[in-house]
Design a protein around this ligand. Structure first.
Ligand SMILES: Cc1cc2nc3c(=O)[nH]c(=O)nc-3n(C[C@H](O)[C@H](O)[C@H](O)COP(=O)(O)OP(=O)(O)OC[C@H]3O[C@@H](n4cnc5c(N)ncnc54)[C@H](O)[C@@H]3O)c2cc1C
Length: 322
């Protein structure tokens, strides 16, 4: 059994998630290989990967200006063809990594387990841990295929450099890309610029959760934020439903905020949300459930329907503006 870690890098900086996966792999096996792809000088990054436990780092050039999944799939597939002992390939989830892992699984006819948060070996076999039942349980998942692919949630493992430095063996690979791979190119990249104060700087945050009911329901949060001169936050559950932008997510896997006023609309108050906002100076929660956990750490609680209370509140605040 041999572990191979896909190291994602952008403009000569590793994504912290993939270094975390490398740290984990090195804790499981003393002989871990990693693969690095890019259009620039990769040797310094490969050496850095050695600090996180890679004993061998394969580097390969992808001449395209922006990272695309295709060349990475070709490179990994070729690597596994040349070294079939790499039977367990690990990724930290990202938009790019998910595409590469899925494409590689198809190419190798390999089993893929995704959304994993941990990995261990039992009786010589890898076993992934996957949250299920709304995150309340951890399922153990295995692979039936000889080649296995694991995609971990970003942030599952901390990237920790080894106490003792060792130089990895760096091997550069030349891979002939498939014609369809070369046909794809990035036409344009745009950066989304959020309006209003950033979550980190906002004095007032109006955050919405599942209780808002829909993406349109977030207009209530926006209206209240506008009248209070604040910005909008969201729970992960609402973000996952596509109701609001991921950049607005507050909590363990989102942003940590401490505004003067945090208004929580239809948010239950799960611990993963609480850790991101509990240091707010004043927390006001509106929830129709009188037993909602968020009430336990709120300064002002309002039991009721957000769809009734928020429009009235907005009107009242507008009347008294200034
Ligand atoms: C590893 C991990 C990381 C996570 N990271 C985060 C994170 O960073 N941020 C985060 O937020 N979550 C995170 N979560 C998810 C978290 O556990 C909760 O699932 C999530 O916070 C719940 O979001 P919610 O409060 O919007 O939804 P729910 O828990 O479904 O709560 C909805 C609430 O709305 C109320 N409600 C419903 N209708 C109305 C109405 N009309 N009027 C008023 N109230 C109403 C309900 O009574 C309920 O209390 C994470 C989970 C895990 C396992």
């Amino acid at each position: 059994m041999s572990l191979l870690v896909f190291l994602e890098q952008h403009e000569q900086a590793f994504s912290p998630g993939s270094l975390g996966v490398l740290t984990k792999a090195a804790a499981l096996d003393t002989d871990v290989a990693a693969v690095l792809v890019g259009n620039e000088e990769l040797e310094p990054l490969a050496r850095e990967a050695g600090r996180y436990g890679a004993t061998t780092v394969f580097t390969a050039v992808d001449a395209s200006a922006s990272p695309l999944p295709g060349p990475r799939i070709d490179i990994l597939a070729e690597l596994v063809r040349r070294f079939p002992n790499f039977d367990t390939i690990l990724f930290s989830n990202s938009v790019l990594a998910a595409d590469v892992a899925a494409g590689l699984a198809a190419r190798l006819d390999a089993g893929i387990n995704w959304d994993l948060v941990d990995l261990e070996f039992r009786d010589g076999q890898p076993l992934g841990k996957q949250p299920m039942l709304q995150e309340s349980e951890l399922a153990e998942v295995g692979w039936r295929s000889p080649q296995r692919i694991a995609l971990f949630r970003a942030g599952s493992f901390e990237a920790v450099p080894a106490a003792t430095e060792h130089e990895p063996m760096v091997e550069s690979l030349t891979v002939a890309f498939a014609a369809h791979t070369l046909a794809a190119r990035v036409i344009e990249r745009t950066l989304r610029v959020d309006e209003g104060p950033s979550l980190a700087d906002a004095d007032v945050i109006v955050a919405g959760g599942i209780g808002l009911g829909s993406a349109e329901g977030f207009e209530l949060a926006e209206e209240l934020a506008a009248v209070l001169g604040g910005t909008v936050g969201a729970t992960r559950a609402a973000v996952y439903k596509g109701w609001y932008s991921a950049s607005a997510q507050v909590g363990q896997t989102g942003k940590t905020v401490s505004p003067k006023l945090y208004v929580a609309l239809g948010i239950s108050g799960a611990v993963q949300h609480k850790v991101g906002m509990q240091s707010s100076k004043m927390i006001v929660a509106i929830n129709k459930d009188p037993h909602a956990p968020i009430f336990e750490f709120s300064d002002l609680v309002v039991v009721g329907d957000v769809h009734t209370i928020v429009p009235e509140l907005v009107e009242l605040l507008r009347k008294h503006a200034g």
